[in-house]
Design a protein around this ligand. Structure first.
Ligand SMILES: Cc1ncc(COP(=O)(O)O)c(C=O)c1O
Length: 192
């Protein structure tokens, strides 16, 4: 069983609709959320192969198939937001736009290699990870300090331990890239 967690990579973030389709892999299951509604309202979706679907649909006679209802499952407002987001992705060619701005983002993010304590930088499309060396104060302390400095300077990044994760909106422009990268460079340098 191959399961792809496409909660972050799905819906254009890496330039194609999904990482699976981008790399020509057909997983048995895919989990999605975030970009499904453009994050405007909570909703997640799990996609499964025909064989898994058929197995779930053929339970014991007289039983409800795939019994998995939750109070807010399939909420109409969330479903409307998801349909609207999918239309906008298509109408505004946002996945294609990621291909282009993604290259600019890649170049800018890799300039952070010149900052102190940066030990690795990874990226694809509009997602990047900037790995920092742990400080003497303990693992995760430098990452949290950088997160805090960025936050106070108006740029929200995500710190997972000492890795700064970036996943900016698909409507990213050059001026936003400049702002993100310069704020981050200042924060990393200040936390040296
Ligand atoms: C890759 C990945 N998978 C899953 C999740 C969890 O998603 P949810 O909060 O929709 O369950 C996250 C949350 O950030 C994530 O980054």
């Amino acid at each position: 069983m191959l399961i792809f967690d496409e909660v972050i990579t799905g819906f254009g973030r890496i330039g194609g609709a999904f990482a699976a389709s981008q790399w020509n892999v057909i997983p048995d299951m895919m989990t999605t959320a975030k970009g499904l509604t453009n994050g405007s309202i909570p909703m997640g979706a799990v996609m499964v192969s025909d064989s898994i679907y058929e197995t779930c649909m053929h339970g014991p006679d007289g039983m409800i198939e795939l019994f998995h209802g939750y109070t807010y499952s399939g909420h109409p407002v969330a479903a409307a937001a998801a349909l609207a987001a999918l239309d906008i992705y298509e109408d505004e060619n946002l996945f294609d736009a990621v291909e282009q701005i993604g290259q600019e983002f890649e170049q800018a993010v890799h300039t952070l290699a010149d900052c102190p304590n940066v030990i690795d930088i990874r990226n694809v499309g509009l997602v990047a990870g900037v790995q920092l060396a742990p400080s003497d104060k303990g693992v995760g302390k430098r990452g949290f300090e950088v997160f805090n400095r960025c936050f106070h300077n108006g740029t929200l990044v995500r710190a997972t331990g000492d890795i700064i994760a970036l996943s900016p909106p698909l409507i990213l422009e050059s001026k936003h890239i400049d702002r993100i990268v310069s704020t981050l460079a200042d924060a990393i340098t200040a936390s040296a």
